[in-house]
Design a protein around this ligand. Structure first.
Ligand code: ARG
Length: 458
């Protein structure tokens, strides 16, 4: 490729450290699409004659069909996907192949290819997250009124509904979608035509190539265009945040599936047995989603560190941008699919959830709130009175609702029989009607709004 200036070829070590084909061959579709758009523009602008461009385009189409069938070859001597395609093109059509690289450099070429790849990756993640949200809506609707304990500090706090809990995950996934969608808007500009770093003297039409490749327009500074990897970092940062959410959800599955909890029974399809303990059913898929989040965050840190000290414009360090993005994307896509499958197929165990909600004095706040509302007692004092009631119930080994009225009145004479109507977990949940609260009616309203937003039939 640079034989004109170099007398000797690279050493074997140089060849190995320099080559990116082992991983950037994944860009072949984008590389060919970018080249075809560039070639068409070269003809339209009269930079390369139409016959040569027609041969180039036919050759590129043939290469695409070939790679579709058997994948691109991995020859380290050809260094990267760009040289691999170009050398195949020249084998197919001869010297006209050399005209394709007019008014272009591998620097704007790779920046274009990689943007196109990341854009596809974002679209795949957006679709996966939407499917995940749809699965959550189905299960949340099914369990809009299923009582479970809500936790703070992983201590039973107040009763909530399972539907409400699943809809919390829905909100998390919604923010992830919006982050990826934002990243997509920001990255959708074409660097093609920025050439090596300074632009080109050929009369290229950057608007035309941008449009042909589905970009909203060309980027505005050639130095920035060939050295900007923000789009890859935006992807990785969005992926990290998304993986972090999935990891927290996966952790809840792990906890819920443990015997002391028993809130869920994971389906065979998403668990494994133990080679030594026959009774085991392990939540491996959930654990791996939790584990993968660490690797995805690692990919984000890897590219951050690669980029942090690079002067303008292109440096070869930037070739290392691809492996972390590819790795993170594969892990994330699989994690989203696994969580979707688990949400779809897990058997929830409402009896266990209700029993746990009832066991933890989870309606203590309801008692305190009742004292405030009905007795006009300041909340701090009501909290204190309720603390005595909880202590008594704990000593007697009964739920708050099972304490006799006499005993309650001994703690505070302002308590009367009406208090029992707020001490059950169902009454507690039904009373939480504030916007976004856990009352089944609120949960159903939020599910209805979410269905409308996703275009799911009511
Ligand atoms: N394989 C290279 C990469 O991924 C392509 C760009 C090479 N540019 C250069 N000036 N050596 O970054």
């Amino acid at each position: 490729m640079w034989g004109g200036r170099f007398a000797e070829g690279p050493s074997a070590i140089m060849r190995e450290i320099n080559a990116s084909i082992p991983f950037d061959k994944r860009l072949w579709r984008q590389d060919i699409a970018g080249s075809r758009a560039h070639a068409a523009m070269l003809a339209a602008q009269g930079i390369v004659d139409a016959d040569a461009v027609s041969a180039i385009d036919g050759g590129l189409a043939e290469i695409a069909a070939l790679y579709e069938a058997e994948g691109p070859p991995e020859d380290l001597a050809l260094e990267d996907i760009h040289m691999t395609v170009e050398s195949k093109l020249s084998a197919l059509i001869g010297p006209d192949a050399g005209r394709l690289h007019t008014a272009r450099s591998r620097n704007d070429q790779v920046a274009t290819d990689f943007r196109l790849w990341v854009r596809d990756a974002i679209d795949a993640v957006l679709a996966g997250l939407e499917a995940f949200q749809r699965a959550l809506l189905v299960r949340a609707e099914e369990h809009a009124a299923t009582i479970m304990p809500g936790f703070t500090h992983l201590q039973v706090a107040q009763p909530v509904t399972l539907g409400h809990h699943l809809m919390a995950w829905y909100e998390m996934a919604g923010r992830d979608r919006s982050r990826f969608a934002d990243a997509r808007v920001r990255m959708n500009r074409s660097p093609l035509g920025s050439a090596a770093l300074a632009g080109t003297g050929f009369p290229v039409d950057r608007h035309a190539t941008a449009q042909a490749l589905g970009f909203d327009g060309p980027t505005d500074n050639s130095l920035d265009s060939v050295s900007d990897r923000d789009f890859a970092l935006d992807y990785l940062m969005s992926a990290t945040q998304c993986a972090l959410h999935l990891s927290r959800m996966a952790e809840e599955f792990v906890i819920w599936a443990s015997q002391p909890f028993g809130f869920v029974s994971l389906p065979d399809a998403y668990s494994t047995g133990s080679s030594i303990m026959p009774q085991k059913r392990n939540p491996d898929a959930a654990e791996l989603v939790r584990g993968h989040s660490g690797r995805i965050a690692g990919c984000m840190v890897a590219l951050t560190m690669t980029m942090k000290g690079l002067p303008l414009a292109y440096s070869k360090d930037m070739q290392d941008d691809k492996p972390p993005v590819f790795e993170a994307h594969d892990l994330l896509a699989l994690s989203i699919a696994a969580m979707t499958g688990m949400v779809e197929t897990t058997r929830f165990v409402p009896e266990r959830m209700r029993a746990a909600a009832e066991a933890g004095f989870s309606t203590a706040t309801d008692l305190a709130d009742w004292l405030v509302r009905e007795g006009g007692i300041p909340f701090r004092e009501a909290h204190h009175i309720t603390g005595h009631a909880v202590k008594l119930a704990e000593r007697e080994g009964v739920a708050l609702a099972a304490l006799p009225l006499d005993a309650l009145r001994q703690i505070d004479p302002r308590i009367d029989e009406r208090v029992y109507s707020v001490l059950t977990v169902d009454a507690s949940v039904a009373s939480r009607t504030s916007h976004g609260g856990t009352a089944p009616d609120q949960v159903r309203a939020r599910i209805a709004a979410a269905k409308a937003a996703l275009g799911v039939a009511a």
